[in-house]
Write a protein of this length. Structure first.
Length: 130
């Protein structure tokens, strides 16, 4: 599959997610392609269509960026209000147990990309399984 990408370029969906990651303050190279593909699959499974639109990619990119950068890093890149919004989304995802945001958090956790401060603050670990 990676050879295919090398020959024909990145898919439109991956490019959309890369753009959304940049907009959320995370350089796309800091996220492995396998995680991007898994995030796009989660978006499709959540009903965002076969080719998730930029708005859906933005929602996923924000949550993943918050998890990877941590609260302070995300706030430094995006400002206080967006950081508070993401913290509320994260708390709601943990309360809901099974949502797109919860699955994205779990993806970051299992990919070992999640910031230690996020793991500690929200007490994430093996017990967090949506």
């Amino acid at each position: 599959m990676f050879l295919f990408s090398a020959l024909f370029g990145r898919s439109r969906e991956v490019r959309r997610l890369d753009d959304a990651l940049r907009a959320a303050g995370l350089h796309p190279a800091l996220m492995p392609d396998a995680v991007k593909i898994a995030a796009l699959k989660l978006l499709r499974e959540a009903g965002h269509g076969a080719s998730p639109e930029p708005a859906a990619c933005r929602l996923a990119a924000e949550m993943l960026s918050y998890c990877i950068l941590g609260g302070q890093g995300f706030e430094d890149e995006n400002g206080r209000a967006p950081a508070l919004t993401l913290e509320a989304r994260l708390e709601a995802a943990l309360d809901a147990g099974d949502s797109l945001d919860a699955r994205l958090i779990l993806l970051a956790l299992h990919a070992r990309l999640i910031q230690g401060s996020v793991v500690d603050r929200y007490d994430l670990g093996a017990t967090f399984m949506p």
